[in-house]
Design a protein around this ligand. Structure first.
Ligand SMILES: NC(=O)c1ccc[n+]([C@@H]2O[C@H](COP(=O)([O-])OP(=O)(O)OC[C@H]3O[C@@H](n4cnc5c(N)ncnc54)[C@H](O)[C@@H]3O)[C@@H](O)[C@H]2O)c1
Length: 157
């Protein structure tokens, strides 16, 4: 049974990485998806990937730091699909403990960060996306006010 038949998901940062993987995962489960990102070309590419897999999506360029743009993005979503059921507020930048952008860390620092995870590797985008799909679904109906760590064991050491 698919989880989001007839429903609409709003995903920020869906032009890349975890957000793109989530757009594909929500669409696979039947959701129509608003692909929201600062980068409109990447957002459009995600829409193409969703459509190529048989799903429905619309790209919306918006900056999550700008309230008016987010309000407009929500309006566009509801105008396009007629409703909005869930949001995955995923957009952001990845930094290390010192505040350096992860894309800029040295290979040695990257190895050190990986070694801090008992599982011995970083996450695949799809592994994080699956948690978001489940949390937004009725299958998580009794989960309320909890934080679910999807961190390869980083916080349980
Ligand atoms: N990848 C990791 O190891 C990791 C670890 C911890 C947390 N996270 C968090 O997970 C989220 C996704 O990470 P990712 O690896 O997929 O990153 P990514 O860089 O691949 O994707 C982030 C997306 O967000 C978009 N974006 C950035 N700022 C935005 C803004 N102001 N408004 C709208 N869109 C914006 C970017 O254009 C990009 O498409 C981020 O919030 C990140 O902080 C990632």
């Amino acid at each position: 049974m698919i989880m989001f038949q007839g429903k609409v998901a709003f995903i920020t940062g869906a032009g890349s990485g975890v957000g793109r993987a989530a757009a594909l995962a929500f669409a696979r489960e039947g959701a129509r998806v608003a692909v929201v990102d600062l980068d409109s070309a990447n957002a459009q590419e995600t829409v193409h990937l969703v459509q190529a897999a048989g799903g429905h999506a619309v790209s919306v360029q918006a900056d999550v730091c700008q309230a008016a743009q987010m309000e407009s993005a929500v309006h566009t979503t509801v105008e396009t699909f007629g409703r909005l059921d869930c949001a995955f507020n995923n957009a952001g930048v990845v930094i290390d403990e010192q505040g350096h952008l992860m894309a800029a860390v040295s290979p040695e620092e990257r190895e050190r960060i990986i070694a801090m995870h008992p599982i011995g590797r970083l996450a695949q985008a799809e592994e994080v996306a699956e948690a978001a799909v489940w949390l937004c679904s009725n299958r998580a109906s009794f989960l309320c006010g909890s934080i679910v760590m999807v961190d390869g064991g980083y916080t349980v050491q």
